[in-house]
Design a protein around this ligand. Sequence first.
Ligand SMILES: Cc1cc2nc3c(=O)[nH]c(=O)nc-3n(C[C@H](O)[C@H](O)[C@H](O)COP(=O)(O)OP(=O)(O)OC[C@H]3O[C@@H](n4cnc5c(N)ncnc54)[C@H](O)[C@@H]3O)c2cc1C
Length: 569
Amino acid sequence: MERESLEMDVVFVGAGPANLSGALHLARLVAVHDEAVARGERAGEPLGEVQIAVIEKGAAVGSHILSGAVMDPRALKELIPDFVEQGAPLESPVKEDFFLYLTEKRAIRSPIMPPPLRNHGYYIVSLNKLTAWLGEQCEAAGVNIFPEFPGAEMLYDKKDAVVGVRTGDKGINKEGKRRANFEPGVDLLAKVTVLGEGPRGSLTKQLSQRLNLNDGREPQVYSLGVKELWELSDERYPAGRVTHTLGYPSDARTYGGGWIYGLQNRIVNIGYVTGLDYHDPLLDPHSEFQRFKQHPLVAQLLEGGKLLRYGAKAIAAGGFHAMPQLYADGVLLVGDCAGFLNSQRLKGIHTAIKSGMLAAETIFEALLAKDFSAKQLRRYEKLVRDSWIMPELRKVRNFHAGFRHGRWLGMANAGLQFLTGGRAWGLFDRAGAEAGHGAMKKLWEFGYKSAAIEQRYPNLKFDGKLTFNKLTDVYHASVGHDEDQPVHLHVLDTEICSTRCAEEYGNPCQRFCPAAVYEMVEDGGNGRQKLQINFSNCVHCKTCDIMDPYQIINWVTPEGGGGPEYKNM
Ligand SMILES: Cc1cc2nc3c(=O)[nH]c(=O)nc-3n(C[C@H](O)[C@H](O)[C@H](O)COP(=O)(O)OP(=O)(O)OC[C@H]3O[C@@H](n4cnc5c(N)ncnc54)[C@H](O)[C@@H]3O)c2cc1C
């Protein structure tokens, strides 16, 4: 097949905060350098026109971005010191912080605010809006942004150096044949390709496997954040109020917690995080969130209000111990796909932005040296190590691992590491000895006699007022995929679904997917069930790729522009 090749200098894959900050910082470093050389204030050659591209699989910059989000502004201040005056979209400065322990009926306010949860000086933001705004700053600085361009494949030379990325084909029908509107993907060739795909990046996965970037590191562990936006009937929850909760509805063995953030115009952003290293095969993170809303405190808050939006996304929680090698020939990894998130604070925007900036500084030096080899790009790891990122991540390096032993030991460990600067009892000295899906127990190991979901959620009813089923929620994520395209969720062996998985785990994909993508349906009346994939519901959260117990689900990018259309999330 004839493909167009486009020669760029640097290609950033994914228009998240990490890559947009990287692209913007690089464009400015080049401009400042060239102006200084022209004025005779700096020795050396001008770099001239450096072609920088950012590709994004969503329909627009921000469409696929979902976060909390309380933002620590430290990195944004470094990137754009006057971001407030420049009109960065900020919902509200944080005005009050609450930390509550929930039992089934009660909410107990912590007398002291745990330091990692203090958000004074931070901002509540909609990360969709903030990334869209960063995209505008990039375009003003001369960066080329290509929405609806999924990076589908890494391009390598004969020595396995990355030489760019191939974008996905458009106009292939569900049988894999070309439609009238067929357009082949483009080969974007680059001296350096920067992967900023967010958690569980599909290209990052390919690259790491091929170049063994995870060798000697702990496996990454994840959580899933499920979130709704509500418009309240009155001013009962002011903009700028931040509440975090622990306890109900998670059981003591499952990592989980809730949040409620007050935005402008009586809107609250409410969500629940469940650790994707849970043991119970019948657990359903979407149902956990619905139960969170049934807590009297939350139900009262939402009474009379209206559901506006829904979304879900994975969070890379492994941190320091699970970070892959961050560079190879012709490629760098930034943001969540490289594990930069601080899981104790549930904050990754600031580290994503900073990692993007450090990648830009590395590339700038590489452009000056005209050397894009791993030897040169390795400097990125040094810049990361010497920056404020590493001390921050080192201090919380054992946080998530502590919760593998349940909530109470996890909290004790969190307190201990606060006092010891990150050290923990020998027991916790690792981020997670196994990938999260490995913690899931088989039905009988967990004590179940069958796979009936009611066993975990006997009283959960979706009333359409406070609690919603997955399909109603997915409608509020404005998800759209052209239905006449190949399924982008590759299940490598569907026979396992009807046999081993049904018996051993009760087909947990039906539960861990927060968008009702996976469904077991009758297989022609022979008593068996077969897997049906409702791929058009997919919100691109990546949970299936992470949690499938046999690791036979491979999430790949669908046709460009497909997926959720998040707004204000
Ligand atoms: C529920 C939830 C709550 C959170 N709360 C907070 C919070 O309160 N504060 C905080 O600081 N952080 C929070 N975070 C974390 C924060 O959102 C992330 O750390 C941050 O967004 C990471 O930025 P990123 O640029 O690395 O990736 P992302 O923001 O994930 O952006 C990646 C982008 O790349 C695109 N992409 C992916 N693959 C491809 C491909 N192959 N081709 C083209 N495009 C691609 C995606 O569509 C997306 O637009 C939260 C995260 C979640 C999920």
